[in-house]
Design a protein around this ligand. Structure first.
Ligand SMILES: *Cc1c(COP(=O)(O)O)cnc(C)c1O
Length: 375
């Protein structure tokens, strides 16, 4: 039977968390002389930021809970998904003793967070069609396996992992946390695993405002889990981990869920079109099926294609050296003109006719994005 206390590092259980000024007095009205803030204001005309933000982001959680169908007590908000990823490792894994299990090819941060904390990493590759090798996973779990990372839809392959496989692992791994990273769930045609939180005390679901909500710059990640685990994460997080501007903007964004859905619909239609166009190119071997906002595409000569694209200021992610991704580039679905530009550069490479509306090498320079996505 799963018992959270057996999973946590012993000192985490007995730890006394930092108690912030905003924890000790939660009223809104009064003369606030308790947090050593600047009473005069801020050195910016962009607003007043001299007061510390709500350490528990209650306003966001109250708006988010009904949208996600969970209780506010089941929500942890982090500085990106990176923060809960790291906190989960630190809460459960004793360095040099415990381990985590990942299924490559997958998101790089699980491995990095474990490595930073000197925690051993067990790797059980996905099958060639990017599904969970359930028997191999179950055989690889040890007494010391504290975290099992699943990414669905998976980055970089783009596909959902089969529900049955995840369920089998949730039920078998009863002394580990099973984390389902759903960064791309809004693009998938399937319910979130948040619907199963009350059935599996060892289930953790990660989502993010960085993808479908279009708020990558704000750095806001969501973690859904049992109330007990959320309390532990709250206990070990930095007290003011979500800035006031991020809280304000996220709160406002949550009143625009319909616009998020519209953008998702548009991106899905464009993904379909892009996949079809890519499949018609002679240099493309495989466009892997995607449940996300990107495509994993296998080329005859990925390295060459990647470099040709870079020269034309079209930047994609080279995944050709990644396990099971031989010859693959990962391509985000862009705007229609961006997707057309990508296709034109690829067609030109294939010496097939280039469409007229976006001439290449005719003096019209594409501008390189200033912010390079690091996902
Ligand atoms: C993009 C992405 C995230 C989001 O990370 P943030 O830190 O919230 O921006 C999380 N997991 C996966 C698999 C991703 O691809």
């Amino acid at each position: 039977m799963f018992t959270l206390n057996n999973l946590l590092r012993p000192h985490i259980l007995s730890l006394t968390p930092y108690s912030s000024a905003r924890d000790e007095y939660t009223g809104k009205v009064g003369v606030f002389l308790d947090a050593n803030e600047n009473p005069l204001g801020s050195t910016t005309n962009a607003g007043d930021y001299n007061r510390y933000p709500d350490p528990h982001q209650l306003a966001i959680k109250q708006k988010l809970a009904p949208i996600k169908g969970v209780r506010t007590e089941q929500i942890f908000l982090g500085n990106g998904s990176d923060e809960p990823i790291d906190l989960l490792v630190r809460a459960t894994c004793t360095p040099g003793k415990d381990n985590i299990l990942i299924m490559p090819p997958t998101y790089g941060m699980y491995e990095v967070s474990a490595a930073v904390n000197d925690v051993e990493i067990i790797k059980v590759p996905l099958t060639p069609d990017f599904q969970v090798d359930v028997d191999a996973v179950l055989a690889a779990i040890t007494e010391q396996t504290k975290l099992i990372w699943l990414c669905s839809p998976n980055n970089p392959s783009g596909n959902l992992l089969h529900t049955d496989a995840i369920r089998t692992i949730l039920e078998a791994a009863d002394h580990s946390l099973v984390i389902v990273d759903e960064a791309y769930i809004d693009f998938a045609d399937t319910p979130s695993w948040t619907t199963e939180l009350d059935n599996y005390p060892n289930l953790v679901v990660l989502q993010t405002f960085s993808k479908a909500w279009g708020l990558a710059a704000l750095r806001l990640g969501m973690c859904f889990a049992s109330e007990e685990l959320i309390q532990i994460l709250n206990k070990i997080k930095p007290p003011y981990n979500i800035s006031a501007p991020t809280q304000m903007l996220a709160l406002e964004a949550l009143t625009h869920e319909a616009e998020k859905d519209e953008m998702v619909t548009k991106i899905l239609a464009d993904r379909q079109k892009l996949a079809q166009n890519l499949r018609s190119l002679p240099s493309v071997q495989v466009v892997h099926p995607s449940d996300a906002n990107f495509l994993l595409v296998q080329f005859d000569d990925a390295k060459n294609v990647f470099e040709h694209l870079i020269e034309r200021q079209v930047i994609v992610r080279d995944r050709s050296k990644v396990k099971l991704c031989d010859g693959c580039l990962r391509i985000s679905v862009g705007t229609e003109p961006e997707n057309e530009r990508l296709l034109d550069v690829l067609r030109q490479m294939n010496n097939t006719p280039v469409s007229d509306d976006l001439p290449l090498g005719s003096g019209e320079e594409a501008t390189r994005p200033e912010l390079v996505s690091n996902a």
